[in-house]
Ligand binder design. Sequence first.
Ligand SMILES: *Cc1c(COP(=O)(O)O)cnc(C)c1O
Length: 394
Amino acid sequence: MSNHELKFLKDKIEKLKQDGVYRELPINYGPCDNVINLNGKEVVNLSSNNYLGLANHPRVKQAAIDAVKKYGAGAGAVRTIVGNQDIIGELEDILAKFKHEEAVMCFQSGLNCNIGTISAITEKGDLIISDELNHASIIDGVRLSRADKAIFKHSDMENLEQILIEKRDKYNQVLIITDGVFSMDGDLAKLPEIVNLAEKYNALTYVDDAHGSGVLGESGRGTVDHFKLHGRVDFIMGTLSKAIGVVGGYIASKKETKIWLSHRARPLLFSTALPPAATAAAIESVKMLMESEEYSKKLWDNANYFKEKLAKLGFDTGHSETPITPVMIGNEAKTMEFSKALLNAGVYVSGIVFPTVPMGKGRLRCMISASHTIKDLDFALDKFETVGKELGLI
Ligand SMILES: *Cc1c(COP(=O)(O)O)cnc(C)c1O
């Protein structure tokens, strides 16, 4: 057999199939919204991060169209060459205002932002201390950094302090990194305690607020605002891909962070800038958040409604503090069976199993959005009830 057959990949794919974890990517034949056409079937969408329904909002779409007319389809180069179009600066200024921070640096995605920033702000002789449930893009950023790393048990402040006591004096800078909202359970980081410990032991703090921005705090300013910690978290990361409804990531911090990243963050130096459509659409979304709390209020009303009704039906919705609504099932096969049966009934909600969550902690993760109508939610609840009873879950 010729080497071009890529037999080594065929073998690995065969193994995926044997292990029962092989999957095909579902196809959405239209915009991301409350109801979608998934693989040719109309379903209520409980699986997107489009928290505020802005991904398909007429104002946001129009901003993208106008920007394409004025600025074209692509930025044309990395930002350090000619890709730094003025609207990117406009987006950074409005985000800085929104987050109440001195300066913002934007990246092409949240993943790029974490990878590029963490590896740029740390070096050999530093220590990164990271929550064990932090997002994969943080893990990758830490891997690319030349700093040493230590992992603390999820939200375990005693464990975090123990690490600080043991290791603080052996390093130059120590950076504590945590998600603001943990995406699989919907719980919040113990940010006030983390910040206190950081200040006590002279460490820096970095919060990934991908699921907090647009959701928590005044007008969706995020977890730092929710906990009233302005000025006490050194690096606040957010995405433009979730509540903002477009794509991109950013760091809100001091001016010096922005300057340093423009010299050292590799996604800025070696990857083409955000396209004009995305940049302008994100500006419009942020403006809408700053103008009115209508969208975040609707999101929370919907989420509270859905959670309450699910609990009344007898489902265990875990300990979420946000619109992320897990329905705890446990067994992996049962979780996937439930997800599949719901899809057949017209409700798309992804099953989350090992290795994304620990073995035996399988769950369906319902992502509620401001775009859902009560009719959508009632339809979904009705299917949860019938399918849940059929499978003996309630
Ligand atoms: C989604 C997510 C990211 C990545 O953001 P993208 O903009 O989609 O690349 C980073 N961190 C966390 C915690 C996330 O949930």
